[in-house]
Design a protein around this ligand. Structure first.
Ligand SMILES: [Zn+2]
Length: 435
């Protein structure tokens, strides 16, 4: 899968978008408009289209055309106007195409974790908050002082694996006011919708969902199991009093199993103490779901606790798999660190207001941003030239700065030609890879 491959496939998918425009509005094709926005997010260069318009006027060609296949470069205002009517779900088939292609190529195998599971971490992240800018799909929060905030939040599911430094984003689920519901939408309701929509695709692939304490409630756990998926969710004592009462009783009866593993990290010695027990009620009541529980407490040589967390799962827990179950549960932080924080603070400007619109623009741009992150992740997995460049320009911000500057001055025949140029011309890069 090359960058050109991905962009060509995306262009074909955009071609199927509904386009209700007539007359003068149709100067720009819907493909050019969507790819125009996507090019800004892929290069993380707000002025990309303005520079490419100037380059096209001077040189008769531009990187908008050679890298993204854009025939007529739309202005930022055209993009904002035309894309506001496009629901974000229109771009979701591209996430599915990439997932299927990676699966067919065997690229998902490296993500397999405990019990041969593919781990999908779910986490909500807020990407817009304003006291004045809002649209009909904003969530509304009224503060005690009467002030009103307008928010956009999205669940960003990602495939993660312990010891794997990449996170593969899947179709997001937006937390938006739902038709026929008076209550504000919330993260668990959005998670349930995501499971409904996509479980059929993942059921046969041995998938375990990861989530924080918000997810470890009976209705959601039941839905995960009914959908043919598995779960490992954080389970805090404060939110599960019945479960922890049972645990105290079982502890007194000495039936909670334990495992102790000592390890050295240089001069530092650490002790991992695992406790686990199967078939505990998740809550009070006769209809309580039985789940399996485990805990890891890590102490240093002085007995000081340096890590502690507890998880529940539908996977039966034993001394053979408890380390893997906890490792998988802990991988959930990757969705925060390697996905959401990257998107917000390390180059993707997810929270920056590229444009809000009155209907879909904000969510569509957030989806295109996630897709840009996915494209870069694919290149990082499969393109040796891209890997070489990212190894030298390890911060995404620096990588984007170089792309912005280069595409501002020179028209490259393709994305591959841009990578070749970077490898051949930057001191410290070896051109051997091009031979
Ligand atoms: Zn809004």
């Amino acid at each position: 899968m090359t960058f050109s491959n991905l962009v060509d496939t995306f262009r074909q998918l955009i071609h199927r978008f509904p386009d209700k425009r007539t007359g003068r509005n149709t100067i720009y094709s819907i493909e050019d408009v969507v790819l125009g926005a996507f090019s800004v997010l892929t290069t993380q260069s707000p002025s990309f289209l303005a520079h490419q318009t100037a380059m096209a006027e001077n040189k008769g060609k531009s990187n908008a055309q050679t890298l993204f296949g854009i025939q007529a470069i739309p202005s930022d205002n055209h993009i904002r106007d035309l894309l506001d009517a496009v629901p974000p779900q229109q771009v979701f088939p591209m996430f599915e195409w990439v997932f299927n292609a990676l699966n067919e190529l065997g690229q998902l195998q490296v993500f397999r974790a405990v019990e041969d599971q593919l781990l999908i971490a779910l986490d909500g992240t807020q990407y817009h908050s304003s006291n004045c800018i809002h649209c009909k799909n904003c969530s509304v929060k009224t503060h005690k002082n009467g002030r009103t905030s307008y928010l956009h939040t999205v669940i960003t599911p990602v495939i993660v694996a312990p010891g794997h430094n990449r996170a593969l984003p899947l179709e997001p689920e937006f937390i938006v006011p739902q038709d026929g519901h008076h209550k504000q939408d919330c993260e668990t309701a959005a998670a349930k919708r995501w499971i409904c929509k996509y479980s059929a695709r993942y059921r046969a692939l041995n998938v375990t969902l990861l989530g924080d304490d918000l997810y470890s409630r009976q209705p959601l756990c039941e839905q995960v199991i009914a959908a043919g998926l598995n779960f490992i969710f954080v389970c805090k004592p404060q939110s599960h009093p019945t479960l922890y009462d049972w645990l105290d009783q079982l502890e007194k009866a000495q039936v909670v199993q334990t495992l102790r593993i000592e390890s050295r990290h240089g001069k530092r010695r650490e002790i991992d103490n695992y406790r686990f027990v199967n078939q505990l009620p998740i809550r009070d009541g006769d209809d309580a779901l039985e789940i399996n529980w485990c805990e890891l407490t890590t102490t240093d040589s002085d007995g000081k606790v340096v890590y502690q967390n507890t998880f529940i799962s539908n996977h039966r827990i034993s001394a053979d798999n408890v380390v893997g179950i906890v490792q998988a549960g802990r991988t959930r932080w990757k969705v925060e660190n390697e996905n959401n924080n990257t998107l917000k603070t390390k180059g993707y400007h997810l929270t920056h207001n590229f444009g809000h619109g009155k209907e879909h623009l904000s969510a569509l741009l957030a989806s295109l941003n996630l897709l840009a992150f996915l494209f870069h992740t694919i290149l990082d997995m499969m393109d040796t030239k891209y890997q070489l460049i990212r190894a030298k320009l390890s911060s995404r911000k620096m990588f984007f700065q170089h792309i912005q500057a280069l595409t501002c001055y020179h028209c490259f025949d393709s994305f591959d030609a841009l990578l070749d140029f970077m490898i051949l011309n930057r001191p410290g890069f070896s051109g051997d890879i091009l031979v």
